[in-house]
Design a protein around this ligand. Structure first.
Ligand SMILES: NC(=O)c1ccc[n+]([C@@H]2O[C@H](COP(=O)([O-])OP(=O)(O)OC[C@H]3O[C@@H](n4cnc5c(N)ncnc54)[C@H](O)[C@@H]3O)[C@@H](O)[C@H]2O)c1
Length: 258
């Protein structure tokens, strides 16, 4: 437990008033904290997650907040279509947060099924949902997309090959879209979390990785809370980040500076 956990979230009233914001992975961890922060600041949140149980809990625990929930696998175009439909013609901002880890497998150990699932959830779903939301944003002449990458999008020692490649891809999509749509009033940024206390499963099952990775993890300066990540993500989702487009914001207790 580092000093960082003494940090207390401070809500900025009305920062998202009148805004419709999509948050994927809203049932747990960073996505849940982001959905809550946006809703507490007056936004309507379209909360998407594969777990209906988690979404039901989010709504039950926060009856006064404005949530529209979509339960389903976000890699599925039908679920993507439901998310877009829930916006009723308007989506001001999109936070692509849902993601899964690999088991630290290096390239000679990775199985097709793991590679495909990690790429599907972490990359293809971001493609599908963003592709479906951007036309609404272009029509509105404004829009704000935040993709959750990872320290694994910045370095080779934070995960296995599948997750590392997937998060580098997320950063590539973010930068290309920032350039493509910048003049149309849309902004695209990424947040690269370091270690964060959530429900994500990240077992170092690979014995090969166990011989290589742990000493490199000794440099990690600390563990953040999901609310700390939500603070970084909502900064980029809000108009406070006007003039910021195409950045990868490390929110990692300083890990990337080492
Ligand atoms: N926790 C960390 O240390 C850490 C570090 C770097 C990056 N990240 C990234 O942060 C993001 C959020 O992770 P978290 O740590 O909050 O994890 P989490 O497991 O607590 O939450 C992720 C949520 O996404 C949902 N989800 C997973 N696959 C889905 C799918 N196919 N369709 C819809 N929903 C799906 C899960 O049900 C879960 O509720 C991920 O992209 C992850 O890669 C996390």
């Amino acid at each position: 437990m580092g000093m960082e956990n003494a940090w207390q979230e401070k809500v900025t009233a009305e920062r998202f008033a009148g805004k419709t914001v999509v948050v994927t992975g809203a049932g747990s961890g960073i996505g849940k904290a982001t959905a809550l922060r946006v809703a507490k600041e007056g936004g309507k949140v379209i909360a998407a997650d594969i777990s209906r149980e988690r979404l039901d809990e989010l709504v039950a625990e926060n009856p006064d907040l404005d949530f529209a929930v979509v339960a389903g696998d976000i890699t599925d175009q039908a679920v993507v279509d439901q998310v877009v439909a829930a916006g009723e013609g308007r989506i001001d901002a999109l936070a692509n947060v849902a993601g899964i880890m690999d088991k630290f497998e290096p390239i000679h150990e990775i199985e097709d099924s793991t590679w495909e699932r990690v790429m599907n959830v972490n990359v293809n779903s971001v493609l599908k949902l963003t592709r479906s939301v951007v036309p609404l944003m272009l029509e509105a002449g404004q829009g704000n997309v935040v993709n959750v990458a990872s320290e694994a999008g910045l370095r080779g020692s934070a995960a296995g090959v599948a997750y590392t490649a997937s998060k580098h891809a997320v950063i590539g999509m973010t930068k290309n879209s920032a350039v493509m749509y910048g003049k149309k009033g849309l902004r695209f940024n990424a947040v690269a979390p370091g270690a964060v206390q959530t429900n994500i499963e990240a077992p170092m099952a690979s014995e090969f990785a166990q011989q290589v990775i742990p000493p490199l993890m000794g440099i990690i300066p600390g563990m953040a809370t999901a609310s700390q990540l939500a603070a970084s993500i909502t900064f980029l989702l809000s108009e406070d980040s006007t003039n910021i487009n195409g950045v990868v914001l490390a929110s990692d207790t300083g890990w990337s500076a080492i």
